[in-house]
Design a protein around this ligand. Structure first.
Ligand code: ADP
Ligand code: MG
Length: 384
C-alpha cells in the first residue's frame, strides 16, 4: 500500500469520503549557514525523506474541519475564522494561517474544507515540521480552490507569512525556502540578501545522519532573540545594516573596536557566511573531506563564538568526528539544544551510529534519536 493510499483511507475513516487532493512536503536540515539568514548571508539546506502529508476535500458549508495523526478527534471551526487557537488546538494555526495568507497573496481560497495531516517527521526536532505542514497545506488548498500552479518562491513566501504573522514565529527564509526548492540529491543554496535560490549537487557516496539530543534550552525563544539583537548591535557598531555584507578581512580590521561578546557573535556570522561559499566550492570540486572539515569548523564556531551549542551537542560532535567514516558534524538549526547533523561516507553504518548513541546514553542518561536521511524532493502534489 502506498503512503497516499494509506492517507486516503485514514481520511475516509474520519470524514466518510475520500480526499480530493493530497500534497506532501519534506522536512529540512540546515547543512551549513548558522544564523546567517537574518544577517543577509547565505545558507545551504536540504530536503529530507521524512514528510508531512496533507489531504483535503471540500467540506461542510460554513465549516473548517481538521484532524491529525497526533490527535484522535476531528476539530471543527467556523469557516473563515481568524481567531488564533491555543493549547491542544495550536497546531490548527498553521493551516489557518496559510488559508488566511492566500487572500493577502491574491490567491484563491477554498470556502470550506476537511483536512487531514499525517507525518513521519518528528515535530519540534529542528527539522521544520511546521514549514512542511504550511507548504503541504498551501499546495493542497490551492489545488482544491482550482488555482494554477504556484511558483516555489511564492509558496515559500506564503508559508513564511503564515508562520511569521499568524503563528507568530519570526523564522527566516531557510525553512520554507529549502522545503519549497528542495531537490533529490541536491542542496538548496539560498542567498538570503535576495533571496535567491539555486541547487547544488550533492556528490555521490555521501550520507546524512541526524542525531537528535532531544533536549531544548528552557529559554530557547529568549536566547534566539538575544542573539538576533546582538547581531543587530554588532552591525550597527560596525556601521553596516547586515553583518554578512562585511568580508572577514574587513571585519578583522575593525574587530578590536567592538566589545568582546559582540565581536564573537559578529565573527561567527561573517566567517560562517564565508564558510558557506567555501562549502559550495568544495562540493563543486568533489572535495568531500574539505566539506566535512568546514561543517565541523561551523560547529566549533557555534560552540566558542556564538554560544548556541550545549554540552549534549558538543559531546555528539566530539564522538562523531573521532570516527574515521565521519567527514564532519555540526549542530543544525538554531541551536540551544536540538540536533547534530553528521556528513559521512557509506562505511558509517547503523552499528557505528548505535555505538555513538550508547556513549551518549551512558553520559546523559537518555538515548538520542537517530535518523539516517536521504536528500529528497521539495513540496509537491501527489494527486492531480
Ligand atoms: P519544528 O518546525 O522544528 O518541527 P516547531 O515548533 O516550529 O518545530 O513546529 C512544530 C509544530 O508543528 C507542532 O507543535 C505542531 O503544532 C505542528 N505540527 C507538526 N507536525 C504536525 C502533525 N503531524 N500534526 C499536527 N501538527 C503538527
Ligand atoms: Mg518550525
Amino acid at each position: 500500500m502506498t503512503q497516499a493510499t494509506r492517507i486516503a483511507s485514514h481520511f475516509q475513516q474520519f470524514f466518510g469520503r475520500p480526499p480530493t487532493v493530497i500534497a506532501r512536503a519534506p522536512g529540512r536540515v540546515e547543512f551549513i549557514g548558522n544564523h546567517t539568514d537574518y544577517n543577509g548571508g547565505s545558507v545551504l539546506g536540504a530536503g529530507i525523506d521524512r514528510h508531512v502529508w496533507v489531504a483535503v476535500s471540500r467540506g461542510l458549508p460554513g465549516q473548517f474541519r481538521f484532524c491529525s495523526d497526533q490527535q484522535s478527534e476531528v476539530q471543527s471551526l467556523p469557516a473563515g475564522t481568524s481567531v488564533k487557537q491555543t493549547g491542544a488546538l495550536s497546531w490548527l494555526n498553521y493551516p489557518l494561517g496559510v488559508w488566511l495568507g492566500l487572500e493577502k497573496f491574491g490567491l484563491p481560497q477554498p470556502a470550506d474544507f476537511d483536512l487531514l495531516v499525517y507525518s513521519d517527521l518528528p515535530a519540534g526536532a529542528g527539522l521544520s515540521s511546521s514549514a512542511a505542514l504550511e507548504l503541504a497545506t498551501g499546495l493542497a488548498f490551492l489545488k482544491l480552490a482550482g488555482a494554477e500552479t504556484i511558483s516555489p518562491q511564492t509558496l515559500a513566501e506564503l508559508g513564511r507569512h503564515a508562520e511569521n504573522n499568524f503563528v507568530g514565529v519570526p523564522c527566516g527564509v531557510l525553512d520554507q525556502g529549502t522545503i519549497a526548492f528542495a531537490r533529490r540529491d541536491h542542496l538548496v543554496h539560498i542567498d538570503c540578501s535576495g533571496p535567491v535560490f539555486s541547487a547544488t549537487p550533492m556528490p555521490a557516496g555521501l550520507r546524512l545522519w541526524v542525531f537528535n539530543s532531544l533536549t531544548k534550552h528552557a529559554l530557547i525563544d529568549g536566547m534566539y532573540a538575544q542573539r538576533h539583537a546582538e547581531c543587530q548591535q554588532a552591525a550597527q557598531a560596525l556601521g553596516v545594516n547586515l553583518l554578512a555584507t562585511l568580508t572577514p578581512a574587513e571585519f578583522h580590521a575593525r574587530r578590536a573596536a567592538l566589545p568582546e561578546v559582540l565581536a564573537k557573535r559578529a565573527e561567527h556570522i561573517i566567517e560562517e557566511h564565508a564558510r558557506v561559499g567555501k562549502v559550495v566550492c568544495a562540493l563543486a570540486a568533489g572535495n568531500s573531506a574539505e566539506v566535512g572539515s568546514l561543517l565541523t569548523a561551523s560547529h566549533r564556531s557555534s560552540q566558542h563564538l556564538f554560544g548556541n551549542s550545549t554540552p549534549e551537542l558538543d559531546f555528539l560532535v566530539d564522538r562523531l568526528t573521532a570516527i574515521p567514516g565521519v567527514l564532519g558534524a555540526r549542530l543544525t538549526g538554531g541551536g540551544f539544544g536540538g540536533a547534530v547533523l553528521a556528513l559521512t561516507g557509506t562505511e558509517f553504518n547503523d552499528a557505528a551510529a548505535q555505538a555513538v548513541a550508547r556513549a551518549y546514553t551512558e553520559k546523559f542518561g537518555r538515548a538520542p534519536g537517530i535518523l539516517p536521511l536521504q536528500v529528497a524532493d521539495g513540496a509537491q502534489l501527489l494527486t492531480s
